[in-house]
Design a protein around this ligand. Structure first.
Ligand code: ADP
Ligand code: MG
Length: 249
């Protein structure tokens, strides 16, 4: 069922559990993400971070509980799927641009097919977002002609062209050479400054300190700590969070 709510969280997890076969990957996730807020999700590899955010835009299904995205109950119906994909943009670790299309064409694709925009309007929108991530001069190139950092910024621009209300990032800088990490983080900081609701899986703790309202730490499919960044980094309460920070900082 689809309902619309005037107010409320951008994303709400209510007792969500998920299994891959017999393996329980998410355990009773309760998380409320207010509109305009920025969540950084961290935790050891295999703790369920990717699975959690992929449930938000229905790349994964869940078996128990409820996820509400901007008033839409995330179910398996096509109606919910179509609405969710319009509301939620996602940027992955691997850049996932279409290799046979130029950067500009990559950005124009969804506005034309999903938003039913004219090519002219889609082009203007694409250029606007390519300017925001500062790669307008790469618009006519193919992904393989770009650096990793440029490709990732193009992927951010492409996601923004759908005009999502929520942006999900799954380790967007992990596959980048160190000198390119900053340009991608800068684009994400600018997006946060624009007021976008963001859920970012990242171990870039400088970014988390600067941008996050709340750091959510997962371990073994559970949220074991959630706190503002200052509190989380300076005095983590959970022993597993403490030892995790010891390893990465
Ligand atoms: P993270 O992003 O925190 O590294 P993931 O959400 O990718 O964690 O994975 C959590 C756990 O679920 C891991 O143990 C992983 O092996 C397992 N897993 C992920 N995807 C699948 C899948 N499609 N089928 C079975 N197990 C999976
Ligand atoms: Mg992951």
């Amino acid at each position: 069922m689809t309902t619309t709510r005037e107010h409320g969280a951008a994303v709400e997890f209510d007792g969500v559990s998920k299994w891959y076969g017999n393996f329980q990957v998410l355990r009773d996730i309760n998380l409320s993400i207010p509109q305009g807020s920025r969540i950084v999700l961290c935790g050891p590899s295999g703790s369920g971070k990717s699975t959690l955010i992929r449930c938000i835009n229905q790349l994964e299904r869940y078996q128990q509980g409820k996820i509400i995205v901007d008033g839409i109950h995330v179910t398996e119906s096509h109606r919910s799927l179509d609405s969710i994909r319009r509301e939620v943009g996602m940027v992955f670790q691997q850049f996932a641009l279409f290799p046979h299309l130029t950067v500009l064409e990559n950005c124009m694709l969804a506005p034309i097919h999903v938003r039913k925009m004219s090519a002219k309007d889609a082009r203007a929108l694409a250029i606007e977002h390519l300017e925001k991530v500062r790669i307008t001069n790469q618009a006519e190139k193919y992904p393989s002609q770009l650096s990793g950092g440029q490709q990732q910024r193009a992927a951010i621009a492409r996601a923004l062209c759908v005009r999502p209300k929520i942006m999900l990032f799954d380790e967007p800088t992990s596959a980048l050479d160190p000198e390119m990490v900053k340009e991608v983080l800068d684009a994400m900081v600018a997006l946060a400054a624009d007021g976008m609701t963001m859920v970012c899986v990242t171990h870039e703790m400088g970014f988390a300190r600067r941008v996050a309202d709340r750091v959510v730490f997962m371990d073994g499919g559970q949220i074991v700590e959630a706190a503002p960044p200052g509190e989380f980094f300076d005095s983590p309460k959970n022993p597993r969070a403490k030892s995790f920070l010891g390893q990465i900082l």
